[in-house]
Design a protein around this ligand. Structure first.
Ligand SMILES: O=P(O)(O)OC[C@H]1O[C@H](O[C@H]2O[C@H](CO)[C@@H](O)[C@H](O)[C@H]2O)[C@H](O)[C@@H](O)[C@@H]1O
Length: 271
């Protein structure tokens, strides 16, 4: 998949009108939101990441709207994500779409499940090879892992990336993916956040899809949402999304608009 080359314009009235028109002829709305950098501001320690209270309140309101399906789709593990969001009625997807929990229970992509032993051993190797790098941590997420460089001195970041890549390249069945001051270690299966968008769309075929996220992995969800639906980038970089907001506070404004638009002009509830 080639990297996007175009920047997206800032969210404006014209874009909101397009969404309103799409909702008017849609059979429901599916909103897929990323967690870190989208619902929750980016912080130094991943354990400290917390959703903005306004975003939690508005998500609750969307969940309570019959015509709306809400999913939080994250690189975090499913259990970590559910604990941080803490709302019932939300569809949760962890490990970039490898694990999913909806009304019918939990499912994990089989090939990813089969790679957990290899991943465990690789996490151990990475922990030992990176133990002396100040500020470097390895987050073990069961099906995937993250090497964090946000608190690593600038002069050591490239060494951490090279070491991680060398360790992972030597292992069959795992691969590295870029992220925001992280290196993601994932099983080599062609599954991303687009899988969740497609799953939810299969369940509600006439629904309008909105995918919102800040990181590279969210591009998969944008590509799945566009052009019939809408991708919203949080931040500014070349993207497949059609519009951007600057930060999680911008997401709050978008969620507030969705809540009031769905209340004023209810989209069709599922039959
Ligand atoms: O798909 P997401 O919900 O955006 O998850 C992507 C990664 O998010 C977390 O890391 C990011 O947020 C941290 C806390 O703000 C920050 O310190 C780090 O630099 C960011 O990359 C999470 O820790 C990872 O496991 C997720 O893969």
């Amino acid at each position: 998949m080639s990297a996007p080359t175009d920047r997206a314009p800032r969210l404006d009235h014209e874009w909101l009108s397009r969404v309103r028109a799409a909702l008017a002829s849609a059979d429901g709305l599916i909103v897929c939101l990323d967690f870190d950098g989208t619902l929750a501001p980016i912080v130094e320690d991943p354990d400290d990441a917390t959703m903005l209270p306004a975003n939690r309140r508005l998500l609750r309101e969307l969940v309570d709207t019959p015509s709306v399906t809400v999913a939080v789709v994250s690189g975090r593990s499913l259990d970590d994500l559910r604990a941080r969001v803490g709302l019932t009625g939300v569809h949760y997807a962890g490990n970039h779409g490898l694990a999913f929990e909806g009304p019918d229970g939990r499912e994990v992509v089989e090939a990813a499940q089969g790679a957990t032993r290899t991943l465990d051993a690789t996490v151990e190797t990475l922990e030992s090879r990176l133990a002396d790098v100040p500020g470097c941590t390895v987050e073990d997420k069961g099906l995937t892992a993250t090497v964090h460089t946000r608190c690593v001195p600038e002069s050591a970041v490239s060494t951490v990336r090279e070491t991680t890549t060398a360790v992972v390249d030597a292992v069959d069945g795992l691969e590295c993916h870029p992220g925001k001051q992280i290196v993601e270690v994932r099983p080599a299966v062609a599954v991303g956040k687009d899988r969740i968008v497609d799953r939810l769309r299969e369940r509600r075929p006439g629904a309008c899809v909105l995918a919102v996220g800040d990181d590279i992995t969210d591009e998969d969800a944008f590509r799945a949402a566009e052009p019939a639906g809408f991708g919203v980038l949080v931040g500014d970089r070349p993207t497949a999304a059609s519009v951007r907001v600057p930060d999680p506070q911008g997401v709050t404004l978008l969620l507030g608009w969705l809540v009031s638009t769905c209340a004023r002009h209810p989209v069709q509830p599922p039959s």
